[in-house]
Design a protein around this ligand. Structure first.
Ligand SMILES: *[C@@H]1O[C@H](CO)[C@@H](O)[C@H](O)[C@H]1NC(C)=O
Ligand SMILES: *[C@@H]1O[C@H](CO)[C@@H](O)[C@H](O)[C@H]1NC(C)=O
Ligand SMILES: *[C@@H]1O[C@H](CO)[C@@H](O)[C@H](O)[C@H]1NC(C)=O
Ligand SMILES: *[C@@H]1O[C@H](CO)[C@@H](O)[C@H](O)[C@H]1NC(C)=O
Ligand SMILES: *[C@@H]1O[C@H](CO)[C@@H](O)[C@H](O)[C@H]1NC(C)=O
Length: 274
């Protein structure tokens, strides 16, 4: 029991580390294509106000340094189109300081297709505060999406710089390099902390799984091993059901991940074992 209790402590640290949220993620705007409904043109000028100017920087509020701009429209949008589903967690945008009021009342939408069809609203500038918030950081916690849009009416959408941060579906972490835990349903996990979004799939677990971590709560079905029960238990393969090694292994695993974490937290090993 001493050994398993020590290992439980180690496991607890691993489990806790999994949920330390990370902030950065990757700038998805550099991994997709961008477009806008129409593009402003100024006759006699060489300047470009294309949608791409917004992702190129510099990150400031100066129209002279380059900002994307749509034409003046009854409805207008700037959009990022990704090659696959991503969880977008944060948008950082820099508006032009000389005409900041034009961004007032904008909406930020997620959609897999057009901005006019089946959208999810991440943010609306209801207080018309964009003009006093030149460098805006907006957090979103919505469905995964292929596209994201800045949308407005009876004005322009002008972005001097924009960063759209998140991870591709199936990955999380500071640089989106950590795969979602095994057993997260359809590999949906939060980009910032790796916790399963749609819960866990208990099919390889004996008694079920922790919805956030996907870890099996009471050991594995026969023949499987590991905290997610996604590994083959070679001991089981080699010894069938006779030699007790397989069952010891199963016991260790279920002892490690079985009880809820508060069990370990409340326990003081030194007073019992020392
Ligand atoms: C926005 O960022 C730019 C560039 O870093 C900076 O010069 C400016 O002061 C910032 N504006 C506000 C309102 O914080
Ligand atoms: C995009 O499609 C995925 C997969 O079908 C779905 O889970 C998600 O909710 C959709 N996202 C939006 C913003 O509609
Ligand atoms: C993420 O990428 C940065 C830049 O390449 C690197 O310095 C950092 O160590 C990476 N972080 C992780 C957790 O891999
Ligand atoms: C992970 O992050 C999401 C989104 O912020 C949050 O809803 C969830 O509770 C977090 N999970 C854990 C276990 O902290
Ligand atoms: C171990 O047993 C499992 C379940 O019976 C089987 O699917 C797997 O192929 C076996 N692996 C080896 C290496 O024999």
């Amino acid at each position: 029991m001493m050994i398993s209790r020590l290992q439980a402590g180690v496991l607890l640290i691993i489990v806790a580390a999994r949920f330390l949220p990370v902030t950065a993620q990757i700038n998805l705007a550099l991994h997709g294509t961008v477009a806008q409904e129409t593009t402003y043109t100024l006759s006699g000028s060489d300047s470009s106000y294309d949608a791409t100017v917004a992702i190129e920087g510099p990150a400031n509020n100066n129209w002279e340094d380059g900002c994307s701009s749509t034409g003046y429209q009854a409805k207008t949008w700037w959009g990022l189109f990704l090659p696959r589903l991503a969880y977008i967690t944060n948008v950082k945008a820099y508006y032009r300081k000389d005409e900041a009021h034009r961004m007032n009342d904008f909406r930020l939408y997620f959609a897999n297709g057009s901005v006019y069809h089946k959208t999810e609203l991440c943010f609306r500038d209801t207080g018309k505060q964009a003009q006093s918030n030149l460098n805006q950081s907006i957090d979103c916690n919505l469905s995964p999406t292929r596209n994201i849009y800045y949308f407005n009416r009876n004005t322009f959408v002008e972005l001097c710089y924009i960063e759209i941060n998140g991870c591709w579906k199936g990955f999380w972490g500071e640089n989106c390099t950590v795969p979602c835990p095994h057993n997260c349903i359809d590999q949906h996990c939060h980009p910032a902390n790796g916790s399963c979004i749609w819960g866990c799939d208990p099919s390889k677990c004996l008694q079920g799984c922790f919805v956030s971590t996907g870890i099996c709560s009471g050991g594995c079905v026969l023949g499987q091993a590991g905290q997610y029960c996604n590994k083959y238990n070679l001991a089981y393969n080699q010894t069938a059901n006779i030699f007790p090694l397989a069952s010891i292994f199963q016991f260790l695993i279920s002892d490690l991940v079985g009880p809820p974490m508060s069990y370990y937290v409340n326990e003081n090993p030194q007073s019992k074992d020392g």
